[in-house]
Design a protein around this ligand. Structure first.
Ligand SMILES: Cc1cc2nc3c(=O)[nH]c(=O)nc-3n(C[C@H](O)[C@H](O)[C@H](O)COP(=O)(O)OP(=O)(O)OC[C@H]3O[C@@H](n4cnc5c(N)ncnc54)[C@H](O)[C@@H]3O)c2cc1C
Length: 531
């Protein structure tokens, strides 16, 4: 094995494909296999949340989703017998995508695969199963791949291997990595995609109807079908008594939801688990997506957090493969993503207590929606925009704390400029971006000096920009963010001195300091990157 051998991605679901795109963007060779003979055709995840849409924007494909998805305002809750109807209204989100985009997972995956193939000429190798995985004391990984049609075996020594192979992950099991957790006892989730004739609920809201011993979710899919989700203690799953269609119709009628269910397009049922991998990587082996975490579907965050895992890992793996990054950078993947998965589990537990706490009274469950700040806290978390890596990574001693703007580890917010450009547009580079924000015109020359110094210190790993009210003679247009109305400081703060933000390729703040602390930035860079 050498660092220059290709990477192996096991699994061609949303996690594997986003990771493949991230490696392709950085010209890192890899192989992506999937044991199935073709993509999964069923709808599964219907929610694309704001942070995932920001990722799609950075990949240049968000319009395709926005053109055909349904912009859903959020979740409306009806508790049996209570007149008050709380809601999680995603229109309050402070970001470009203040809604949930209803989109079927098979279509989400299709657009991602098409992007991978059309832009980078890469296809998933379908019908190829990982059937053997060994690592030796030197960290060398040996993978055996079996072609499902011919049963021919290929032995492959990848530089790194990523288990994006779902909840029953072969990769995780091969390494005996613990995946602890528990089932939500005594309940069965059932789902159906179907036409509902005479459905009168507002299609721009996902409706949750709660009774003491069951709940019903209804929402519209872009193909005109209705997604119905029922949870109870198994009554409506009892096929001896009912056809699935009759059972769903009965639950709808009980909740007073109008409409007649047609022949279902797809039905499925499952028991809900929450589980979290103990560690996200071991040597050159990584877990990503459902292979590392699984939780209640409340809030629809599964696929979204999987994509966000791949978004976190992709650039790190690419930089390590290229020999630019130290092992410490790869360690940050699990350090950062495992706590997020734990927060997703805690958050879905909270939603679960509102929606599916079967046996508990309506008043008690409704009370959970009444605490101060509930709306903003829960919507930002479900949307994925408030997750932060703040406080996780090592910082240089003596670094001053700058007030205002995102903290180190926070998601960097977007800014709209009068020329219709956006900050995210400037940050679309697959590398790091450094934003220099002089506090006064007099500091512009200092910003130009720092930009030149950064180019010497960081080479092509960092693309630098100076935020300026007017064009700067010494800096090419490409490196100037024209901000005549000073909008960047509104989001990123202002001090007496100019400030520098280093933004990671995944859109989080890597580092923040004043102009005079540029040496701390260089020191910080040394923690993760080779000279
Ligand atoms: C009914 C249902 C509804 C859901 N609703 C939502 C929702 O509304 N919102 C949301 O965000 N999430 C939702 N989810 C969760 C979402 O579907 C998953 O979180 C997501 O698919 C996980 O993506 P993944 O790529 O990590 O794994 P998967 O999608 O499971 O993909 C893993 C791939 O690995 C392949 N594979 C497995 N073993 C091997 C092997 N040994 N060799 C080669 N390939 C292998 C599999 O064939 C598979 O294609 C839902 C899930 C279900 C089942």
């Amino acid at each position: 094995m050498s660092e220059k051998d290709p990477i192996l991605i096991v699994g061609g679901g949303p996690t594997g494909v986003v990771l493949a795109i991230e490696l392709s963007r950085r010209q890192v060779p890899f192989k992506i296999i999937d044991s199935k003979d073709r993509p999964v055709p069923t709808s599964r995840a219907f929610t694309i949340h704001a942070k995932t849409l920001e990722i799609f924007e950075q990949l240049g494909i968000v319009e395709k989703y926005l053109n055909t998805g349904i912009k859903n305002y959020g979740f409306a809750f009806t508790f049996e017998g209570l007149s008050e109807k709380p809601a999680l209204d995603f229109r309050i989100l402070r970001c470009r995508y203040p809604y949930i985009l209803n989109y079927s997972q098979n279509e989400t995956e299709r657009l991602l695969r098409e992007h991978l193939t059309a832009t980078y000429g890469v296809d998933i190798e379908w019908g190829n199963r990982l059937t053997g995985l060994e690592t030796d004391e030197n960290g060398t990984v040996t993978a055996t791949i079996t072609n499902q049609q011919t049963q021919e075996e290929e032995v492959f020594k990848p530089s790194y291997i990523v288990g994006a192979d779902g909840v029953h992950s072969y990769v995780r099991k091969s390494l005996n990595l613990p995946f602890e957790g528990e089932a939500y006892e005594g309940m069965i989730m059932q789902m159906m995609d179907t036409e509902v004739e005479g459905y009168e609920e507002d299609p721009q809201w996902t409706q949750y109807f709660m009774k003491e011993n069951n709940f019903l979710l209804t929402t519209m899919l872009p193909n005109g079908k209705c997604r119905l989700l029922v949870s109870d203690q198994g009554e409506s799953a009892d096929r001896k008594k009912n056809t699935r269609r009759d059972a769903f119709q009965q639950v709808m009628d009980e909740h007073g939801v109008s409409g007649t269910i047609s022949e279902p397009e797809w039905t499925t049922q499952w028991v809900i688990w929450k589980r979290l991998a103990d560690i996200y990587s071991k040597g050159k082996v990584f877990l990503c997506g459902d292979s590392a975490h699984v939780h209640s579907p409340s809030g629809g965050q599964g696929m979204n957090s999987c994509i966000q895992d791949a978004w976190n890992l992709g650039w790190k793996l690419a930089m390590a493969w290229r020999g630019e990054a130290k092992a410490e950078l790869l360690d940050t993947y699990g350090d950062e993503r495992k706590p997020v998965a734990q927060q997703v589990i805690d958050g879905t537990d909270h939603m679960h207590d509102i929606i599916m706490a079967h046996g508990k009274g309506m008043e008690e469950r409704m009370a959970l929606t009444q605490s101060d700040g509930w709306q903003i806290e829960v919507t930002e978390r479900i949307a994925g925009i408030s997750y932060t890596y703040f406080g996780i990574n090592k910082l240089p001693d003596g670094l001053e704390t700058l007030e205002g703007g995102p903290r180190i580890g926070d998601r960097a917010p977007d800014v709209d400029y009068p020329d219709f450009r956006t900050l995210f547009g400037y940050l679309r580079s697959p590398e790091f971006s450094m934003i220099l924000m002089p506090a006064s015109d007099a500091e512009a020359a200092k910003a130009v000096d720092l930009l030149n110094e950064a180019s010497g210190a960081f080479g092509t790993t960092v693309k630098s920009f100076i935020v300026s009210k007017q064009p700067l003679d010494a800096v090419t247009c490409e490196n100037t963010i024209l901000d005549p109305e000073d909008q960047t400081t509104e989001k990123y703060g202002r001090g007496n001195e100019g400030r520098i933000y280093l933004i990671r390729p995944d859109g989080y703040v890597a580092f923040k300091c004043s102009f005079s602390q540029f040496d701390k930035l260089v020191e910080f860079f040394g923690y993760w990157f080779n000279e």
